[in-house]
Design a protein around this ligand. Structure first.
Ligand SMILES: NC(=O)c1ccc[n+]([C@@H]2O[C@H](COP(=O)([O-])OP(=O)(O)OC[C@H]3O[C@@H](n4cnc5c(N)ncnc54)[C@H](O)[C@@H]3O)[C@@H](O)[C@H]2O)c1
Length: 262
């Protein structure tokens, strides 16, 4: 079993959406690389299960990332227990596989609340917590759909483009405050998680085919390297969280196996 190289040794991390998929992999790898990790998720049991699997370096907290007061509670607890926050990975998110006409205003707002407002609230809360030490790393999980338009994901595409551009602006703000607080986004392509599985089922249903194998095979060919694993993104989180990326801020790291529609 991989023992870790201590890439983030001694750092204190907060990972949202850590009960599943990319957030779970990011939390696990950050802990393996030496961080103490606070895992949050709206699904408390899932966060708890991941924390249990990681071991003593992990603590689980229930958090709805849409809730402004909740961010103060979570970052306040971390500061009181650890005295510092070094890393925030905003991994919580939802996908709505729905075209324009089928998207209600309520749907659109819901996607923006979970995917965009949460990133604003989390980045702001983390920057406040990081300001005394003037250093830290915030990693926002966007999507390659921030750059690639997809007609079946109208609200989702818009939300991820908002995350990407917000990230650049927040990075500039932190740099101009004369800090080393870095803010970057990661843009995954198709990654093998429950979210992708739900999308495959949704698209098959929209095509009137309960058998998902055709959609699954199609998704497999969207990128020359096929479908990625949550760890493919988790390692990028570790890199951006570590001191090995000191000059990287306001950037977007596309990790999509060479997705062909650019
Ligand atoms: N899987 C992919 O192919 C893919 C591709 C590009 C981007 N992404 C992005 O990566 C991130 C993680 O996605 P995933 O594939 O791991 O999805 P996932 O569904 O496996 O995990 C998402 C987690 O977020 C949690 N969550 C949802 N709403 C929440 C809320 N309001 N408050 C707190 N937690 C909440 C869920 O409970 C779940 O544990 C998302 O932002 C997603 O948009 C995923």
């Amino acid at each position: 079993m991989y023992a870790g190289r201590g890439w983030v040794e001694g750092k204190i991390a907060l990972v949202t959406g850590a009960g599943s998929g990319i957030g779970r992999a990011a939390a696990r790898l950050l802990a393996a690389e030496g961080a103490t990790v606070y895992l949050t998720d709206i699904d408390a049991d899932a966060a708890e299960a991941t924390a249990d699997a990681i071991g003593p370096a992990a603590r689980a907290i229930r958090q709805d990332v849409r809730d402004e007061a909740g961010w103060e509670i979570v970052t306040g607890r971390i500061l009181s227990e650890q005295g510092q926050l070094d890393i925030l990975a905003n991994c919580a998110g939802i996908q709505l596989t729905r075209g324009l006409i089928e998207t209600s205003l309520e749907d659109f707002r819901h996607v923006f609340q979970v995917n965009v407002e949460s990133v604003f609230l989390g980045t702001r809360a983390a920057v406040k917590a990081m300001l005394p030490r003037k250093s830290g790393s915030i990693i926002n999980i966007a999507s390659n759909f921030a750059n690639i338009a997809d007609g079946l994901n109208t609200a989702y595409c818009a939300s991820k483009a908002a995350v990407a551009h917000f990230t650049r602006a927040a990075a500039l703000d932190c740099a101009q405050r004369n800090t080393r607080i870095r803010v970057n986004s990661i843009h995954p392509g198709c990654i093998n998680t429950p979210m992708l599985e739900r999308e495959i089922v949704d698209v098959a249903a929209k095509r009137g085919d309960p058998d998902t194998s055709a959609v699954r095979a199609e998704w497999q060919t969207l990128a020359p390297l096929g479908i990625g694993s949550p760890e493919d993104i988790g390692w990028a989180v570790v890199y951006l969280a570590s001191d090995r990326s000191p000059y990287t801020t306001g950037s977007e790291l596309v990790i999509d196996g060479g997705h062909i529609i650019r």
